[in-house]
Design a protein around this ligand. Structure first.
Ligand code: GDP
Ligand code: MG
Length: 422
């Protein structure tokens, strides 16, 4: 069984939390795109963890974790993440962590260029996490990337770095910054490369054998549908493919097909960084929702922009993710509301639509808001029978609106705070 767990919205839907819950049935968990701009929060019997690069399955003893070719990996950050988990008693070895030799290394100069560019843009910025993600993906497609396999070959690594820096320093000097020194990069690559090298392997070979042996493989996405480089709110997207159909490619088994696509969808909307966010709330109303949901970025600590559930955006998310069913998260957060606002359509140039637009039309969209009945505290509900009628109505409304069944409802951040619907 090959399953993708992906975000329906702008990210931070609770993917890490749902992977942690559902991974008990899986043998292998793979990250297939993105880098340490992700922040996946998991709260279980071992404590609270925020994972940036490692698949959330690393917290289970029985799963093998894969970081696929579609990822960009900051070696220093990964070494730190491995150390901090190991210090907390999590076992991480080349047996339960396998990193693709084809994944791209995110280097200090990628971070530097990310910061230089955001500063140059000033008030026109894209809201980068400043972790080098856009610059490193650009280099990948310019074919000027360092791959994980290169850190295993110090003999050829230096000449590769030298060639890349010859070009990179033309760019860096354009920002008026001092040239990047070959020695500094080599020192960094050697120091952190030594720590990470034992995990680097032919992941494709491993995954294909696992799939052929009937093992269950789960793909864990970073970010959501609306941040996909092609199908998201470009250019306010991430630089990678966040969609389920990309999962086998980014993990390393492009010839294999997904059996199941599970969409993680939030009971309301949040968005980190810049870009059009039609349903955005402001003032006290926003403060209340942000406080209730603890909506501050896991990777960056930035306050998240918040708003009501967005039907056009979520319906679009479900369709591009090809979701078989939904896990609806953070239902408990809405308990303080007597009337729950939901955006049922957009109004664009005087016309009402529930189709999610792109480009300039999206910027002009205004939300059409309706209200559903509040349902009170659902945080202790563990079965459909225990859910108040109004909560069931809210879920049914969402199922109808996005055209996909809800199978799981999450009512808290802890592993067992969820309801499985029939
Ligand atoms: P991800 O990036 O999709 O993995 O999501 P994040 O971890 O960035 O953000 C989700 C946040 O909501 C985390 O702080 C989770 O601990 C928390 N969370 C997840 N599910 C629920 C839920 O059902 N209720 C509440 N109250 N918090 C949740
Ligand atoms: Mg997150």
């Amino acid at each position: 069984m090959l399953t993708a767990i992906v975000g329906i919205n702008w990210g931070d839907e609770g993917k890490g939390r749902m992977v942690d819950l559902l991974s008990s049935d899986y043998d292998v968990i793979c990250r297939y795109q993105g880098g340490n701009n992700a922040g996946h929060t998991v709260i279980n019997d071992k404590g609270k963890f925020i994972l940036n690069l490692l698949p959330s399955g690393i917290l289970r003893e029985t799963t093998v974790n894969v970081m696929g070719n579609g990822m960009v990996i900051d070696l220093e950050h990964l070494a730190g993440e491995i150390k901090s988990l190991t210090d907390r008693g999590i076992n991480i070895t080349p047996d339960n962590l396998k990193i693709s030799e084809k994944a791209i290394v995110c280097l200090p100069y990628h971070k530097l260029l990310d910061i230089l560019e955001e500063e140059r843009l000033a008030d026109k910025k894209f809201g980068s996490t400043r972790r080098g993600i856009a610059p490193v993906y650009s280099d990948k497609y310019m074919k000027k990337g360092i791959r994980m396999e290169d850190i295993l070959r110090p003999d050829i690594l230096r000449s590769k770095v030298r060639d890349i820096l010859e070009w990179k320093n033309i760019v860096v000097s354009g920002y008026g910054h001092a040239p990047i020194q070959e020695e500094d990069i080599m020192e960094w690559l050697t120091k952190y490369g030594e720590i990470i090298a034992p995990y680097v392997t032919d992941v494709s070979d491993y995954l294909a054998s696992a799939a052929d042996a009937g093992k269950d493989i789960m793909f864990e996405a970073q970010l959501g549908a609306l941040r996909d480089i092609d199908f998201g709110i470009y250019p306010y997207t991430s630089s990678s493919q966040t969609l389920a159909s990309f999962a086998p490619i980014g993990a390393g088994i492009p010839g294999y097909k997904l059996d199941l696509s599970i969409g993680i969808m939030k009971a309301y909307s949040t968005c980190v960084g810049e870009g059009p966010f039609t349903v955005e709330m402001f003032g006290d109303e926003a403060e209340e929702l942000r406080a209730a949901g603890g909506e501050y970025g896991a990777a960056t600590g930035r306050p998240r922009r918040v708003g009501p559930f967005d039907v056009p955006a979520s319906k679009y998310g479900v369709s591009v993710q090809g979701s078989d069913y939904i896990a609806l998260t953070k239902m408990d957060v809405l308990s303080y509301l007597d009337k729950i606002p939901v955006c049922t359509a957009y109004e664009i140039d005087g016309e009402k639509t529930d189709k999610f637009p792109s480009g300039d039309r999206l910027k002009r969209a205004k939300p059409v808001v309706e209200y559903l009945d509040g349902f009170g505290d659902v945080s202790s509900c563990r079965s459909a029978e225990e859910l108040p009628e109004a909560a069931k109505k809210y879920i049914e409304f969402i199922e109808r609106a996005v055209g996909c069944p809800v199978k799981y409802v999450s009512v808290g951040a802890e592993r067992d705070a969820y309801i499985e619907l029939k």
